[in-house]
Design a protein around this ligand. Structure first.
Ligand SMILES: *[C@@H]1O[C@H](CO)[C@@H](O)[C@H](O)[C@H]1NC(C)=O
Ligand SMILES: *[C@@H]1O[C@H](CO)[C@@H](O)[C@H](O)[C@H]1NC(C)=O
Ligand SMILES: *[C@@H]1O[C@H](CO)[C@@H](O)[C@H](O)[C@H]1NC(C)=O
Length: 369
């Protein structure tokens, strides 16, 4: 313990002398006594893949490690691990997703789902998904090396108040997770990180497939490929809508890092259909981007491993209409952004969005705008 405290006070001095872009400049001197700090030891507590609490714990209270909500400060001084920033982004995203399911576990019970017309094992499945997400918290904490901070939980707010609106949002969150994980694989450098991210994306896919079969009675298959959107942090940024402003621990790194803070993109209120071939009017819930007069902008639609650019007229940002490419199959998701270059070749070319457009079940999509 004494050695650890010494190491930490050394860290505080060294970190403030030479700030590293990946870690905050100073840490509270009482950090070693914070219960969350026990999580710095990867062997502390139950292990995902070994303990059933990450699969079949049926309690209402948050499982390990979710009741330890504070950031875990570094226990070693040195350069950050190669993929630490990607895992920090994922851990911050996971706190949102875990909290979404935890809220549902606390709010509903078996009867609530049965009365809403869903199968009698729905609550049990939701608990299992919540448990899997707790396992992801622990896996991501352990992927971040001891030289980098492990982000803690913020406070969140989710737009559901009954089983129906909760399960609709589940579909969107799971499919968004699949899409941003695919992009994050491109951001990570180590082969072991790539494999771990694919393993997590596969589990999110199982959750999605369960909901398509059991909740929606839909065809579970999304065609030959799910959607690749290369700028994963832009999708992560849109999940900041669920974070209560100012509620994050001050030691947390910015989420996501780096953050572009692009204007949000959606379809105008009253949009009836978002299937391929539909012409829609765009809306900017947080304000329109500063379009340059005379410059050509594009709505770029990503589906499976393809993208299609559609030129748009931005002379009146309140009345931009665009047709979702009819060429795309009505399957999985389409991810759309606005860009100042055809094909959105760089993340800097994106000026608004992205918006994740649900195509399966397509009937749910307009209700979620
Ligand atoms: C579920 O919650 C409702 C309302 O809070 C309660 O009346 C009911 O007894 C609960 N059912 C079970 C199985 O716990
Ligand atoms: C749950 O539903 C299944 C299938 O409809 C049924 O066979 C089973 O008896 C039900 N279980 C309970 C506890 O109601
Ligand atoms: C969009 O597709 C084109 C090929 O049609 C490809 O060159 C380009 O890299 C793709 N854009 C992105 C951002 O993946």
């Amino acid at each position: 313990m004494a050695v650890k405290s010494l190491l930490l006070s050394g860290l505080i001095a060294a970190a403030s002398a030479s700030p590293c872009p990946n870690t905050p400049r100073s840490y509270p001197t009482n950090a070693t006594s914070n219960p969350s700090q026990k999580l710095a030891d990867p062997n502390y507590g139950p292990k995902p893949g070994e303990s059933r609490i990450f699969s079949t714990y049926t309690g209402v209270d948050p499982p390990f490690p979710a009741y330890l909500k504070d950031p875990v400060i570094p226990t070693k001084f040195g350069a950050p691990g190669i993929d630490d920033q990607v895992w920090q982004n994922l851990l911050s995203a996971e706190w949102i997703i875990f909290s979404f399911y935890q809220k549902a576990v606390e709010m509903f019970n078996t009867t609530a789902f049965v009365e809403a017309g869903y199968p009698n094992n729905t609550y049990e499945r939701v608990q299992s998904i919540r448990d899997n997400e707790a396992g992801h918290l622990r896996i991501f904490q352990n992927q971040i090396s001891a030289t980098s901070i492990k982000p803690g939980a913020c406070e969140y707010t989710f737009p559901f108040d009954d089983p129906i609106s909760f399960l609709a949002l589940t579909t969107v969150l799971e499919i968004s997770s699949m899409a941003f994980l695919t992009g994050l694989v491109e951001s990570a450098q180590l082969p072991a990180s790539h494999a771990a991210m694919v393993a997590i994306a596969e589990v999110e896919t199982r959750h999605e497939v369960w909901s398509l079969i059991n909740i929606r009675a839909e065809d579970p298959f999304s065609g030959p490929a799910d959607t690749v959107y290369p700028y994963a942090n832009q999708i992560l940024d849109t999940t900041n809508a669920y974070v209560v402003p100012g509620s994050c621990p001050s030691l947390n790194p910015e989420y996501p890092s780096p953050r572009q803070g692009l204007p949000l993109l959606s379809a105008a209120a009253g949009t009836k259909s978002l299937t391929p071939g539909s012409t829609i009017t765009l809306a900017f819930p947080t304000g329109a981007p500063a379009f340059e007069a005379g410059k050509q902008y594009y709505a770029v639609f990503f589906h499976a491993v393809e993208n299609i650019s559609v030129p748009i007229d931005t002379s009146n940002p309140k009345a931009i209409s665009v047709t979702i490419p009819a060429a795309f199959e009505t399957k999985g998701v389409i991810v759309a952004c606005l860009a100042d270059e055809k094909d959105a070749p760089t993340k800097e070319s994106v000026v608004a969005g992205p918006a994740v457009i649900l195509e399966q079940p397509a009937a749910l999509a307009p209700a979620l705008i």
